[in-house]
Design a protein around this ligand. Sequence first.
Ligand code: X8Z
Ligand code: ZN
Length: 612
Amino acid sequence: MPKQILKKPAVIAVMLALAAAGAQAATPAKKGKATVAEAERFLADTEAKFDKLNLEQSQAQWIAANFITDDTEALATYFGEKTLNATGEAAVAARRFNGLRLSADAERKLKLLQLNLVLSDPKEREAYASAQAALQGAYGKAKYCPPGTGDGKEGCLALGDMESVLATSRDPAKLKEMWVGWHKQSPSYKQRYADYVVLSNKGAREMGFADTGAMWRSQYDMPADAFAAEMERLWQQVKPLYDSLHTYTRYKLYETYGKDVVPLTGPVPAHLFGNMWSQTWDNLYPILKPASGASSFDLGNVLESRKTSAKEMTEYAERFYTSLGMQKLPATFWERSLLTKPRDREVVCHASAWPIDAKEDVRIKMCIKPTTEEFTVIHHELGHIYYFLAYQKQPNLFRNGANDGFHEAIGDTVALSITPDYLKKVGLMDQAPDANADVGELLKRALGKVAFLPFAYSVDKWRWDVYSGKTKPADYDKSWWQLREQYMGVKRPAPIEASGFDAGAKYHVAADVPYARYFLANMLQFQFHRALCREAGYTGPLHRCSVYGNEKAGKKLQAMLEMGQSKPWPEALKAISGEDRIDGGALLDYFAPLKTWLDEQNRQLAAKYQKS
Ligand code: X8Z
Ligand code: ZN
């Protein structure tokens, strides 16, 4: 995972794991009272050092994720440790300047430096970096070998193969086999993860945080407890919409699979949602779509039948950004990115975006398939890339998203502009459907955006309890499923086992990438979309707005991107939207016509099944 030194890499997709860090102050503690001049010199030296370290660390991590071998894992560990030393040393040294009267920028930089963990014992640093590299590699290599396929070679299935089955099959036995097959892999690295949690907490405590979860919650320009309360407030705001969608989906799954597979009340088995983690339900659209009025258009079919290549899909996304007035992607992006799954080696396929040198060398790594979902993901990844390019001119410590939710929201905001009218404009659709099809289009969108909300919330709710010690390794799955039942209304399709590690079957848990960012991003992207549509002078329903080709909206977006992390995030939000609070209202506005429709459907379905 690319992690950039101190910049919590944010985003970087992957990277992000929030930085780690370590090390004792290598330079002897200075005596005497610290001065403003010293603080400024310290920051300049630290940023220069990080510029160099970011580069070599990214290069090592890039290679490790692109060629998973014992050697590349060892190299990633080596550079990971080096980074820990530097960030740890800087975090400890920064404390000396707390309380000085400094410029707002210098004060912010010192604060950001201290949001990293520190492991002063070199053995622990080594163990931490090595566990991190090993967990990432283990997830990337994991495969399910169905009975009769021998010991892991011919016929074994990679995650992507199983995801394709989950997306398309309606045979519950086959779906369950894929689901269980994948979830059997993560227990092999459960102990490693549990050991890693202990080390990570040690590092957070050395910096004065209660545990790593508290450190994560402290990254949002507000106290950790206030952030947890914000998350809960946002969830409560959007929960009624989720409940309506879940109820409708359960009826339709009941109609599809029958009462022996899907109960009419209570949680639904997790293998039936068309997604390995039941986190997005787009693949259920064919069985959920409105009986009349819905368009039968399927972008995936068009991409597949035209044999649209990974490069062409990426070019569609690039053209969207350039239509907003943004630059073309640098030549090195095309030369160095990985866009398709290599046949002959192990790679981490989970999509990610990388700022290798914080100049022109930006890349993505993704195993693109010609599907609607991946068409959206490629816009998501380029959102990270255009953020990197926009804040390049900021000093090292400000080269990051306003908060990590912003970084995740940019590409999704752009993807909200992929409307039928837009698809027609770029030649991917012959005839845009009329207004009667709107509910179907909104439902399609909700299956990605609304279904995702309680998943995104509960991943870190689980981790906060793991990091605080409330949830012990023997209870990992018990707690994971308690949260998933409570928030998502889904249940495990097979009995829970004490040795299980279902959370570890999700990339961001194995790779230790915080997840609250995606929950925030799902709120923010609707706020950004509404603001950009207004900037473009659009006044119709939000779900039909596309800012494609609108340079005025592009300018507004670009101005926020260029701020990077230089100001507290409410200022960045204000710059683009005039608002200074993250708010689910824009999402609720966007889906308002769908909510009315769902509630009516649910009323009719309830009446129908109460009788039977
Ligand atoms: O991990 C990602 C991106 C890279 S930052 C592909 N996403 C989350 C996931 O796949 O779980 C995007 C949305 C949620
Ligand atoms: Zn992302």
